[in-house]
Design a protein around this ligand. Structure first.
Ligand code: NI
Length: 136
């Protein structure tokens, strides 16, 4: 019996979307407000979905307290109240779009979780804009 369990986490971070190899005009055209040279913040909502078999002994797929601690320690503490472009290694040379942030978070968590679990990351950049990785 496979079930998906989910854990929500939250972090605030600043970013700027731009490519240094593009002109200011092209950056503005493609990235719009997210290209603000002085950066801007988002309240990111992260949903981590773990799918696996229910352990007959515990009735759990995974202990959500354990999962919550991993997300907090490895993801939220790393990115919360940070400028993603300036303060993190991951986005020094990678545009911190919601897509790229979701993939980075997935990579971090994948390394922490047993391979028997399937993992999916859903990241809300705004209430209306969110991404899912891996894709359906
Ligand atoms: Ni933005």
């Amino acid at each position: 019996m496979r079930i998906t369990v989910c854990r929500k986490e939250h972090f605030n971070a600043a970013h700027r979307l731009y490519r240094p190899d593009w002109s200011d005009e092209k950056n503005d055209q493609v990235f719009g407000l997210c290209n603000n040279p002085n950066f801007h913040g988002h309240n990111y909502e992260l949903i981590v979905r773990v799918t696996g078999e229910v352990d007959p002994e515990t009735g759990f797929v995974i202990d959500l307290k354990y999962l919550g601690n991993i997300i907090k320690e490895k993801v939220a503490n790393k990115f919360d109240h940070k400028n993603l472009n300036l303060d993190t290694e991951e986005f020094k040379n990678l545009n911190p779009t919601a897509e790229n942030i979701a993939v980075v978070i997935w990579d971090i968590l994948r390394a922490e979780l047993d391979t028997k679990y399937d993992l999916k990351v859903v990241l809300y950049e705004t209430e209306r804009n969110f991404v899912e990785y891996p894709a359906d």
